[in-house]
Design a protein around this ligand. Structure first.
Ligand SMILES: Cc1cc2nc3c(=O)[nH]c(=O)nc-3n(C[C@H](O)[C@H](O)[C@H](O)COP(=O)(O)OP(=O)(O)OC[C@H]3O[C@@H](n4cnc5c(N)ncnc54)[C@H](O)[C@@H]3O)c2cc1C
Length: 308
């Protein structure tokens, strides 16, 4: 049986994947978008900083995106892609977790990142509500309260200095790390309290947050804790195609989103884990145009071969 060959398969249906799908479907390309349905900001009730959609439920933005791409004929497959083979010459074959195979000339990966949370009770439950990472997403809403920073992870002191912009009631928990003299000076200069304790638990009480429990047993009441988690890019599919993935898991060669595998691009948080919804969507918009240009070149090459 001959498989339908899509011009582009997009893996990941968050803001980036949907944005790429919209541009390509409007370029009259056949598009299939495969999505496992777990966008990074799913735990958050509201999305901020997206011009004209500030405060929107993130799920609603994606729902509208799916309606838009469907109206241009893009096909949506609500499943995870588990493997990919092939190349840009003969086409790629993607296999879903249901064993369905889909063929495509080009691939855009918009699979996002996994935020690695501390292995302490309450962290997962509080994530996106009381355990936060992004001052630009949540800082305005919690800025009047008493905030804490989960220290002892890379970039934590800088994170605390940034958060001081939103709240003057800020505690830096060292979490067992030694604080360099210069860091102590910077935190002190901004009136940020330093607590040497190690956070053992985030205390949730139903829908409200009580604060942190330290290993010493002390409970420190705060309204929210900020953490800079490690964000692991989901680039396994690039690696499976033999592409170069760096030590931190990134696969793009430059800001254009091209990878070392011809015909495969990455976009959204896969290129910039600090990217917001609007920047993830914006990057994907540009990637989609690059992919369309590449397909145009391929179409010309094929026509020339056929008329020889
Ligand atoms: C708690 C929280 C709150 C946030 N709040 C804001 C905010 O207020 N404003 C803002 O601008 N940004 C916010 N962000 C950042 C925002 O989540 C990201 O910028 C945005 O989600 C990036 O979009 P993306 O499309 O690159 O990735 P994602 O939205 O993460 O989408 C990736 C998609 O790919 C799917 N996927 C992964 N692997 C596969 C696979 N193998 N096969 C098929 N599908 C797959 C996933 O299930 C997911 O649906 C927040 C982030 C967090 C964690």
């Amino acid at each position: 049986m001959t498989r339908e060959l899509f011009d582009t398969a997009i893996v990941g249906g968050g803001a980036a994947g949907l944005s790429a799908a919209l541009v390509l479907a409007r370029s009259r390309r056949s598009v299939v978008l495969l999505d496992a349905g777990a966008p990074r900001n799913a735990p958050a009730a509201h999305m901020h900083g997206f011009l004209s959609r500030d405060g929107f439920p993130p799920s609603r933005l994606l729902e509208i995106g799916r309606e838009e791409i469907a109206s241009y004929g893009a096909r949506l497959v609500p499943h995870s892609v588990t493997s990919v083979t092939g190349d840009a010459g003969d086409g790629f074959v993607l296999t879903t977790d249901e064993g369905v195979e889909i063929a495509a000339r080009r691939i855009i990966l918009a699979t996002g990142v996994e935020d690695v949370l501390p292995d302490i009770p309450g962290a997962r439950e509080a994530w996106g509500r009381f355990l936060l990472h992004c001052p630009y997403c949540h800082g305005y809403e919690v800025g009047d309260g008493s905030l804490a920073v989960f220290g002892g992870v890379p970039g934590a002191v800088r994170h605390a200095l940034l958060l001081r912009q939103w709240s003057s009631d800020l505690t830096y928990f060292a979490n067992g790390s030694a604080i360099a003299e210069e860091d102590a000076r910077l935190l002190g200069a901004r009136g940020i309290r330093v607590n040497d304790g190690r956070i053992a638990e985030l205390l949730l009480d139903g829908e409200s947050f009580r604060g942190v429990r330290l290993e010493s047993g002390d409970v420190v009441p705060v309204d929210a804790v900020f953490l800079r988690p490690e964000s692991r890019p989901r680039t396994e599919l690039v690696a499976a195609l033999g592409g170069v993935v760096d030590g931190a898991g990134f696969a793009h060669l430059d800001a254009s989103g091209r990878t070392s595998v011809p015909g495969v691009w990455v976009t959204g948080n896969l290129v910039d884990p600090r990217g917001q919804v609007i920047t993830a969507a914006g990057h994907a918009n540009a990637v989609a145009m690059d992919v369309n240009a590449d397909l145009v070149d391929d179409d010309v090459r094929v026509e020339l071969l056929e008329t020889r």
